[in-house]
Design a protein. Structure first.
Length: 308
């Protein structure tokens, strides 16, 4: 039996910062309105999915004390590929100089957790090290005259190096879910802009996140009280707070970076995880709960016992 362990972590965000005050100069909104409803103060925009993924991937490899040649597979979770064909993972693969294979995965904002479990499955059947990246440039598919979406989104990438190990490894359990009948709640058609029914997404997201997290914890033989760090998808602070309340996980044990980055889709969980690691909030043996939801709709949770 082989599992995975997290060897390194890295992120990349664009240099351009757009504050709530910047948006209020062109939209009928204000810093107070955005902050109260979303928890967002600023976001980074102007990123390219492949380049952010390359930069984050290089940093994760360096953090792991490895070289690009030590990586066997690139797994890119994204909902904003550079092009329809070829897959953006190939561009990342070449940009970093990695041998082996590469493929894209699109589960929207749940993509990073889907990718984590996919990497564990690859390890179980004999694959080597996987560079898992979540990278999205939502600013590219956003109508910046639409205040309902413009205030929410940002660009960014986060990456982890996953190494196969003998035994169960870090991943204790996981839970996936999807409901294609809800695709109309969060969608972006070819050539169009991203749309979200905020009220319905809020109602659905809180329920599925809590249910998915509870199932993953139960499969790991744990309860919410055992969670040392909760790393949710950074979609809206109110959703995070509602999930914390229903799971009975204090906000002090929750990784929150939405105020700085906004909603970065598949990048949001690794951005929050990296921030927690850099600030000493994760120790060896800690139980870490990752959970996200996104267009599809999709949702996913994973429980790790941190062994880095």
């Amino acid at each position: 039996m082989r599992g995975i362990t997290v060897r390194g972590c890295g992120i990349s965000v664009p240099d351009k910062v757009v504050t709530n005050e910047d948006l209020s100069a062109t939209l009928d909104t204000s810093d107070a309105w955005i902050s109260e409803r979303t928890g967002i103060k600023e976001r980074r925009v102007g990123g390219v999915t492949s380049q952010m993924a390359i930069d984050a991937g290089r940093r994760a490899i360096e953090d792991a004390g490895l070289e690009p040649a030590d990586i066997d597979i690139v797994l890119l979770a994204t909902t904003t590929p550079d092009a329809l064909v070829p897959g953006t993972s190939g561009t990342v693969h070449a940009g970093i100089g990695i041998p082996g294979g590469a493929f894209d995965l699109n589960a929207a904002c749940s993509g990073f957790v889907y990718g984590l479990v996919t990497a564990a499955g690859l390890a179980a059947v004999g694959a080597g090290r996987v560079l898992l990246i979540g990278s999205d440039a939502l600013s590219r598919i956003t109508d910046w005259d639409d205040r309902t979406m413009a205030v929410l989104v940002g660009d960014g990438a986060g990456a982890v190096v996953l190494e196969p190990v003998d035994g169960p490894g870090d991943l204790l359990s996981w839970n996936f879910g999807a409901d294609g009948t809800l695709r109309h709640l969060i969608k972006c058609d070819h050539g169009g802009y991203i749309f979200m029914d905020g009220k319905e997404v809020f109602r659905k997201a809180v329920r599925v996140v809590v249910e998915s997290a509870e199932r993953a914890l139960a499969d790991a033989g744990l309860t919410a009280a055992d969670v040392d760090l909760f790393v949710p998808h950074q979609a809206n602070l109110r959703i995070i707070q509602a999930a914390c309340q229903r799971l009975a996980i204090p906000e002090e044990r929750t990784a929150i970076v939405i105020d700085r980055y906004g909603n970065t889709s598949s990048a949001s969980i690794p951005l929050a995880l990296d921030d927690a690691l850099r600030n000493g909030r994760v120790a060896t043996g800690d139980r870490v709960l990752l959970t996200g939801f996104g267009g599809g709709m999709t949702w996913a949770s994973a429980v790790l016992r941190w062994g880095m």
